[in-house]
Design a protein around this ligand. Structure first.
Ligand code: SAT
Ligand code: MN
Length: 607
């Protein structure tokens, strides 16, 4: 059977043979109406956003330049962890915390899903690079997608298009490797069939093939499921690469902290999704003379430099931040970033004068269009914006982005924070007793679930290094990799590890600590611990500040609340031990012995 050539397929702006062969193979399987190779230009953005407005997917905002409102299908609003698979050849390599399917079986199933899946649609080919383009070993990928929304979002979130494609051949003209990322919303169009504003399928698969370094995603248009450079590549696949190559791919923000004496420290911090990473990364210190700048809000790749210090790079190029709760008080820098335009807002509310609104922005207007595209008034009795609604905005627009965010060598990390959302037990900040105890703090991190993933909200679960949904291999091997990394360097060169919890509650469930800009006081203490100038109390769980060791100048919070949030309640911690035990049992035989020993030692200290 001969089929008509697919328009655009032969207009490839590259000679990279593996890329050409793969694009052809996908086009023949998915049978799109045409193929478009994305160059990342402004003209392309204008074309695609115009088409998306015509299709009813986007609404152009009048209140912000070059910005758009988008409402997804109400059933496609978050990451689908139940439908996320690590398809390693051996089931054991995916470990007990991932869904596994045999790669051959998964490919058979998904090939049938993809067959003809792009009928009536345009297939976009999006070359991208995770991390600075000038890197010695650039981490390349190509996303093939039938979603123009994904193509434009990739332009915000990654270094993409012609500039990325140029890196597919090295200086000698040799073809570099790349991660093939195949995405379809899974909604082919019959001839003459009217499209819907947010096409997707009820059946969803987010599949990773770690040995092949390949990603296949089907059925969802939501960011975490469809912008494949993000969680799929930069965490799940990159964590596998990192283990093999001796580095770390982590769910961490990166910030730069400058003291009044102009001393600079870089801090990386891991929190589960929707626990305030973006707010911390863009914090405005409330203490005199301190300054925070941003390098990243979600992902850090860290490797040892020649000086044996750990250097971090943000692989991304934009922010995909949680909108609700963001405002001029909680995160003015995020507000300034999106005010500059060039931003996609998904599942927030739309005002009648062409602006956006979400819960946390103060008094709502009398009338809105909700994320469900319904008329909304303050009497509606449900949120106008979805709790996992997002803004997708360029990192270069953030007024406090540190210029070194684009340095291929990264920045040397002084401190790593592991944080969760816990109403009790976990104090505001705890310093680990050393690297291995710090890995134990990360390994036993726990947090209440949020709206960032489909499922019940507010349930405490263990979330090692805030990476539970993102570790691309066996969690026991992952924790061993962290222990092994600590052996590559001297204790005084390794980052100091801290455990933080901004979310501890007092009576009537009110938060004990104000958080946001006031967290600068906590960062200051961490830095002073590194420099050896702040005091701490040795407790069974680690080193904790007294209220006197913290800079509380000008803080409104009652001192009893600060004391309560710093309290190490040994009874609560003894109750935590069987939960940690249970979690370690879940990991099974591959749990590093060091971590068992840490648990035994903690149990003894609490006895
Ligand atoms: O949905 S994303 O994975 O893109 C963001 C998050 O959940 O951390
Ligand atoms: Mn995240």
């Amino acid at each position: 059977m001969t089929t008509a050539p697919i328009p655009g397929l032969d207009r490839a702006p590259t000679t990279h043979r593996r890329l050409l062969a793969w694009v052809r193979e996908v086009a023949e399987l998915t049978t799109p109406e045409q193929v478009v190779w994305c160059d990342g230009s402004q003209g392309e953005w204008d074309r695609l956003t115009t088409r998306l407005v015509e299709a009813g997917t986007l609404v152009r905002l009048t209140a912000k330049p070059n910005s758009f409102w988008c409402a997804s299908d109400p059933a496609d609003v978050a990451r689908v962890e139940e439908r996320t698979f690590i398809c390693s050849r051996e089931r054991a390599d995916a470990g007990p915390t991932n869904n596994w399917m045999d790669p051959v079986d998964m490919k058979i199933i998904m090939t049938e899903q993809f067959r003809g899946a792009m009928r009536g649609r345009t297939m976009y080919v999006v070359p991208f690079c995770m991390g600075p383009l000038g890197a010695e070993d650039p981490k390349l990928g190509v996303e093939i997608t039938d979603s123009a929304y994904v193509a434009v979002s990739m332009r915000v979130m990654t270094r993409m298009g012609s500039q990325a494609l140029a890196a597919f051949l090295d200086d000698e003209g040799t073809e570099r490797d790349f991660v093939p990322c195949l995405h379809s919303v899974g909604a082919p169009l019959a001839p003459g069939q009217q499209d819907v504003p947010w096409p997707c399928d009820n059946t969803k698969y987010i599949s990773h093939f770690p040995e092949e370094r390949m990603i296949w995603s089907y059925g969802s248009g939501y960011g975490g499921n469809s912008l494949l450079g993000k969680k799929c590549y930069s965490l799940r696949i990159a964590s596998v690469m990192a283990r093999e190559e001796g580095w770390l791919a982590e769910h961490m923000l990166i910030l730069k902290l400058t003291s009044p004496q102009q001393k600079v420290h870089y801090i990386a911090a891991a929190f589960p999704s929707a626990c305030g990473k973006t707010n911390l990364a863009m914090l405005e210190p409330t203490i005199e003379g301190w300054k925070v700048e941003t390098l990243g809000d979600d992902i850090a790749w860290m490797r040892f430099g020649e000086d044996s210090r750990l250097y971090a790079v943000n692989p991304e190029f934009g922010f995909f931040g949680v909108a609700p709760g963001t405002d001029w008080h909680t995160n003015p820098n995020a507000m300034r970033t999106v005010e500059r335009g060039n931003t996609l807002f998904t599942n927030v509310a739309l005002t009648d004068d062409g602006d956006i609104w979400w819960e946390g922005m103060g008094e709502p207007p009398a009338h809105l269009t909700s994320w469900k595209k319904q008329d909304w008034t303050p009497a509606s009795g449900e949120p106008a914006a979805h709790p996992n609604s997002r803004y997708c905005t360029p990192i270069t627009q953030c007024p406090i982005t540190a210029p070194e965010f684009d340095d291929p060598n990264g920045v040397p990390i002084s401190a790593i924070l592991f944080g969760g959302r816990r109403a009790d037990t976990v104090p505001l900040i705890t310093e680990s007793r050393g690297w291995e105890h710090g890995v134990f703090l990360g390994a036993t991190l726990s947090s209440e679930t949020t709206a960032a993933a489909v499922g019940k909200v507010g349930v405490v679960r263990r979330d090692p290094m805030a990476m539970l949904p993102f570790i691309g291999y066996h969690a026991g091997d992952y924790l061993q990799h962290w222990i092994t990394m600590g052996k590559h360097s001297d204790a005084d060169k390794l980052p100091k590890i801290f455990h933080v919890n901004w979310f501890r509650r007092g009576e009537e469930g009110r938060f004990l600590w104000p958080g946001f800009g006031e967290n600068s006081r906590i960062l200051k203490w961490a830095i002073e611990r590194i420099e050896g100038t702040a005091s701490a109390v040795a407790t069974p769980i680690g080193y904790v500040p007294t209220t006197a060791a913290l800079d509380l100048t000008g803080l409104d919070t009652p001192i009893e609340d600060v004391r309560a949030t710093l309290k190490v309640d040994e009874a609560q911690w003894r109750a935590e031990l069987p939960l940690i035990e249970e979690w370690f049992d879940t990991i099974g035989d591959k749990l590093p012995a060091t971590l068992r020993e840490e648990l035994d030692a903690l149990t003894e200290r609490l006895a």
